[in-house]
Ligand binder design. Structure first.
Ligand SMILES: CC(C)(COP(=O)(O)OP(=O)(O)OC[C@H]1O[C@@H](n2cnc3c(N)ncnc32)[C@H](O)[C@@H]1OP(=O)(O)O)[C@@H](O)C(=O)NCCC(=O)NCCS
Length: 358
């Protein structure tokens, strides 16, 4: 039986997630968005004889990108009890999350998978771009000194949230969301203070994930790079490399890490499935010039029409035109050629910072 949880089910679902994903260790404090006092997340469950046997979590969020808000859902913590696997429960619980997120207006469902095969076989495709750079003994000495760098304190929250909000590509967050996520266990956060003003911050680690990874930061390179030097100084005894995540929209950082010859890789942002196709159509409408019409065709396709023709895009072709993996513009170019209009606003490069992921 598939249900929307009543009060006791979230606890039963959490116990199942902890058993499957953490060998029984607690995980609620890692995900304030799902289990904290001001949680806004949702838990889906499959139950049999009153027991939760499969579950997943999802959050409705807006991604701020290219001057618009892209409504999405983050899906995560998918778990089926070991003795109940292979019966379609995991597939069903995830489908249910996508359907409910679509009802809540999510154009796209996103997830971060350690192993993506299971999702790929269920129609999830790679989406967007995330750059990763490596700080190690060969280049760390080139970083600026960690002047003014100190551990983040609660009084820094307002400044940290303001710095977060300066990012061109981000998850739309309230200050209380940032506050809740900054208390995540395993998080090491440093700030740089100059003349009494917090000018930058950077976070490493998050619960059992993202150890030795600078997954969220804010400020200019002048202020963030000394903080990365501070993180390197604090962690180099326990690791020989520190990873730094950089969105495609932060070209100054990419240029700097390339300049110091940090090993870099252009990866994907997340795995994705289409949620509410109407919401996707509205996004295309905002991102295409006047004279281009966007129409939903059936329950899987969009038609884009312009002066020289019409093109039908289905399922993953829609995502490839909107936010392809690693910024690959080929599908967008095909659309431009077919409809006879240049589409300079496409594709877009949305980004979710480390504290938001579930
Ligand atoms: C992944 C998981 C949620 C699937 O749950 P489930 O209820 O068994 O899901 P389904 O019955 O819908 O799908 C099972 C199928 O997926 C396959 N499968 C399981 N893990 C897989 C993987 N990592 N890659 C590819 N296929 C996988 C199974 O062999 C099975 O194949 P079959 O249908 O041909 O027999 C479950 O195996 C689980 O809890 N795993 C541990 C936690 C985990 O990895 N969660 C996902 C990361 S957030």
């Amino acid at each position: 039986m598939m249900t929307t949880p009543t009060t006791s089910e979230p606890e039963a679902a959490l116990r199942l997630m902890e058993a499957v994903l953490r060998d029984g260790r607690p995980m609620a404090s890692e995900y304030a968005q799902l289990f904290g006092p001001r949680a806004t997340g949702h838990i889906e469950t499959v139950e049999e004889q009153g027991e939760v046997i499969s579950t997943c979590a999802w959050l409705r969020r807006d991604l701020v990108v290219s001057g618009l808000e892209l409504p999405v859902a983050f899906v995560g913590s998918v778990a089926t009890r070991a003795d109940q696997r292979g019966k379609g429960h995991g597939t069903a619980v995830v489908e249910r999350a996508i359907a409910r997120a679509a009802e809540e207006g999510a154009a796209i469902a996103l997830l971060w998978a350690d192993e993506s095969n299971w999702y790929q076989e269920r129609g999830w495709v790679p989406l967007g771009t995330e750059n990763v750079f490596v700080i190690n003994a060969n280049n760390a000495f080139l970083l600026p000194d960690a002047d003014g760098v100190r551990p983040m304190e609660h009084r820094d929250l307002g400044a940290v949230h303001r710095l977060y909000c300066t990012h061109e590509a981000r998850v739309d967050r309230r200050e209380c969301d940032t506050e809740a996520m900054l208390t995540t266990p395993g998080l090491r956060a440093l700030v740089r203070e100059v003349d009494g003003e917090v000018k930058g911050y950077a976070c490493v680690g998050r619960g059992e994930d993202l150890a030795h990874c600078v997954h969220e930061w804010g400020g200019t390179p002048e202020d963030v790079l000394p903080i990365i030097a501070g993180h390197w100084a604090a962690t180099s005894a326990e690791t020989d490399r520190l990873f730094v995540m950089v969105p495609e929209t932060e070209a100054d950082f990419t240029a700097y890490f390339t300049f110091i010859r940090s090993l870099g890789a252009k990866g994907i942002l997340a795995m994705a499935r289409i949620g509410d196709l109407g919401a996707v159509a509205r996004i295309f409408d905002r991102l295409t010039p006047e004279g281009v019409t966007v129409e939903v065709v059936g329950d899987r396709s969009l038609a884009l029409a312009g002066p020289s023709g019409r093109i039908l895009l289905a399922d993953h072709e829609i995502l490839l035109a909107l936010c392809p993996p690693r910024g690959d513009r080929r599908v967008t170019s095909v659309v431009e050629a077919e409809i006879g209009v240049e589409l300079p606003m496409l594709p877009i490069e949305p980004y979710a910072w480390g504290l938001d992921s579930i």
